[in-house]
Design a protein around this ligand. Sequence first.
Ligand code: OGA
Ligand code: MN
Length: 208
Amino acid sequence: MSDFEVNSFYELIIHDLVNRGYSVVDCFFTEREIDLLRANFFMKQDLQVFKKAAIGQASEEQIVEEVRGDFILWLNEQTPDEVEAMYFQKMNEFIAYVNRTCFLGIKEGEFHYASYPVGTGYQRHLDVFHKDTRRTLSVVLYLNEKDWTPANGGELVLFLPDEEGNEREEVVYALPGRLVIFDSKSIEHEVRTVNKPRYSITGWLKTR
Ligand code: OGA
Ligand code: MN
């Protein structure tokens, strides 16, 4: 690790992940980058290529409106536009750092845009599938409008153990520019009903 340079911002995230399984940061991307990502999100959404999200994987996929109400569009790392390329570059830089310091063996990321219409949410779940356990870290970046307030709903709720081993709820507001990273294999979570359209890029860092 001769040319290794400590990145104190990444270290903060990693410290959170190791100690409590999740991290919430508000300046992973600059405000300008968030503006670009949001504009790009709306541009893609206008093309009407988002699809109703399913639950389960491959042949087991099903669309269950009450469980999950978002519409998604997968990003393609092979054919990114300029703004997506910036997103991938930042994510890949973080992945490289995590691999050098935590030996998590992250091989790749998969990411989709997600749009939750008013009245929808995503019921309590875990992000790993029974037959595919490669998802290691879940990464959600909120691209909501700048005037987003808690009254808009759509909170991400993480179900965590407290000191006595009982369950506690950590409520995370979907503030624009906020990035939430959490352990895909152990942290159950839900998206509470949204009162205003809710936009994000959600992804997973996966092992081989
Ligand atoms: C998911 C998910 C959380 C969020 O897409 O699996 O849990 O806050 N998203 O959007
Ligand atoms: Mn999830």
